[in-house]
Write a protein that binds this ligand. Structure first.
Ligand SMILES: Cc1ncc(COP(=O)(O)OP(=O)(O)O)c(N)n1
Ligand SMILES: Cc1ncsc1CCOP(=O)(O)O
Ligand SMILES: [Mg+2]
Length: 495
């Protein structure tokens, strides 16, 4: 997909060059000189104050703060400076160098993340993977071989970066052959740079310092500033390589050209040479997202709009949304589905359409939910493609296993209790529910007659959450009902 973010580059660059933001860099002694030079080359002004006694004072008057965990003696100073910068509203950039490699680094990184609010976190795949999921191997300060970004796996890194962005509130920048940049809502892949950048020490540290300059100059546009800075580094690396090769020179000459080029590259060249892709990443059906799976029902709207009631439910913490319409004509169904798709995006909640595959594909939903009677002679996975969510209803071990084999991302199992909402629902016993949960590896959500008073009866069954219609939509206060259910489900899922 084409993106408009390139249009912001001239302003991003001008803001650094014209405002000359002061950037405080608490960084490692290996590359400190390169970091100071790259900040200067960008048009900003570096201060390398790192004594614990003075960092807070400095951090509260600069425009950007960079902290780099390359060497670990300054972690205390980083904490003090980070808190002062947060209080003063100064953007803070973290480079969690080799964060998973040693206990000292794991604990230092954890402490920083717990105490400082970062605007940007930039690292290689292994470092970001450690922060996102607690694993991620490391080869010293470099990413491990198995963590390398390729054309085959870059979307998965996009999902991971977006998850970390949502968890931390920071923009995440992953450096690799393909760079990934993610906020809570938008994800980009950038294909610029040159292999020689990894043959000199400090190109990662320099990029982090550059991010400090760009965030300092553009504190209200952190995502755009990050994309621009990462692109400037990549494009400058490419041009530096061309100049180095023209001279028949080697890596140290390349380093000089790289710093030079940061000061020389203009916005027009940058826009022309940037190879940026915006990724359209839907939401995934995870076990976590099954907790309170809300299914809409317009029967109880009592004069309110479906939009308003659903928004109340999402704002209260529903973790999954399905639109279920049995009476609407196609055009109105599509309109309503489009509206709820946007709403669900706003709350980062997976959204599927019940029964209607065409509407699911047309409205921008994350996927579709179908029952056994909806899939006779149909390969729904083939119809929706590999990336969309496929939910399938099943109430026997046999149909559940078959659903998983035919590409389902989760299974809806019910009716687990008596329900008046779906008169033709087949019921199943607790033992059958238990057997289904044991037989499949994908998430399982129970459905049918579930309310806050009977949820605890499902404890130990192996389900990942509950799917409800009337326990939310038939209530006078659907938002309050959602909150109560969420609390009960967490209690039911707990030890
Ligand atoms: C999460 C979830 N589970 C089961 C169903 C029921 O689907 P189906 O059997 O196709 O019945 P209808 O909902 O279409 O009447 C569901 N919708 N959602
Ligand atoms: C759609 C569906 N599928 C099996 S039971 C059921 C109805 C769920 O509604 P409620 O939560 O009001 O019992
Ligand atoms: Mg159906």
């Amino acid at each position: 997909m084409k993106t408009d973010i390139l249009a912001s580059f001239p302003a991003m660059m001008a803001n650094v060059r014209e405002k000359e933001p002061i950037v405080q860099a608490i960084t490692n002694f290996v590359t400190v000189n390169d970091c100071a030079n790259i900040i200067l080359a960008a048009g900003a002004s570096p201060t390398m104050a790192h004594e614990v006694e003075e960092v807070a004072e400095v951090a509260s008057v600069v425009q950007g703060l960079v902290m780099n965990m390359g060497t670990m003696e300054d972690v205390e100073a980083m904490l003090v400076a980070g808190k002062a910068a947060n209080e003063a509203g100064v953007p803070v950039v973290l480079d969690p160098v080799a964060v998973g490699a040693t206990r000292l680094r794991r604990e230092g990184g954890k402490k920083l993340l717990e105490n400082v609010k970062f605007s940007v976190i930039r690292g290689n795949t292994s470092e970001i993977k450690h922060l996102a999921v607690g694993t991620g191997s490391t080869r010293g300060v470099d990413a491990a071989e198995e963590d390398k970004i390729t054309e085959d796996n870059y979307k998965a890194f996009g999902y991971m970066a977006r998850e970390l962005a949502r968890k931390t509130g920071a923009v995440i920048a992953i450096s690799g052959v393909i760079d990934i940049i993610a906020s809570a809502d938008r994800v980009f892949a950038l294909r610029n740079g040159d292999a020689m950048m990894s043959r000199i020490t400090g190109s990662g540290c320099m990029l982090t310092a550059l991010l400090g300059a760009f965030c300092g100059g553009n504190p209200d546009h952190i995502l755009e500033a990050t994309v621009c800075a990462v692109s400037l580094m990549g494009v400058s690396g490419e041009i530096a390589r061309e100049k180095t090769d023209a001279q028949g020179a080697g890596t140290l000459t390349f380093r000089t050209h790289l710093v030079d080029q940061i000061s020389l590259t203009d916005a027009e060249t940058l826009q022309k040479r940037t190879r940026l892709e915006e990724l359209e990443l839907g939401e995934k059906a995870t076990k976590e997202s099954m907790k309170v799976y809300a299914i809409t029902d317009r029967a109880w709207l009592n004069g309110r709009t479906l939009h308003d009631v659903t928004e109340e439910v999402l704002a209260a913490g529903a973790t999954f949304l399905q639109i279920r319409e049995k009476e609407l004509d196609e055009a109105t169904f599509l309109e309503e589905a489009k509206d709820l798709a946007q709403l669900a995006k706003k709350y980062h909640v997976p959204f599927v359409v019940n029964d209607n595959i065409d509407i699911a594909l047309a409205c921008g939903a994350d996927g579709v939910h179908v029952g056994q009677s909806d899939i006779v002679d149909k390969d729904v996975r083939a119809m929706i493609g590999p990336d969309k969510i496929l939910g399938i209803s099943a109430n026997t071990v046999e149909t559940a296993v078959k659903a998983q084999e035919s590409g389902a991302d989760y299974i809806g199992v019910g009716a687990v209790f008596h329900t008046d909402t779906k008169k033709d629902a087949q019921s199943l016993t607790n033992e059958e529910l238990l057997a289904i949960c044991k037989a499949v590896t994908i998430p399982v959500v129970a459905i049918g007659g579930i309310n806050e008073n009977n949820i605890m009866q499902l404890k130990g069954s192996g389900i990942d959450g509950v799917s409800v219609i009337s326990a939310i939509f038939a209530k006078e206060h659907p938002g309050e009902a959602t909150k109560v259910l969420l609390k009960k489900v967490e209690e039911m899922l707990g030890e």
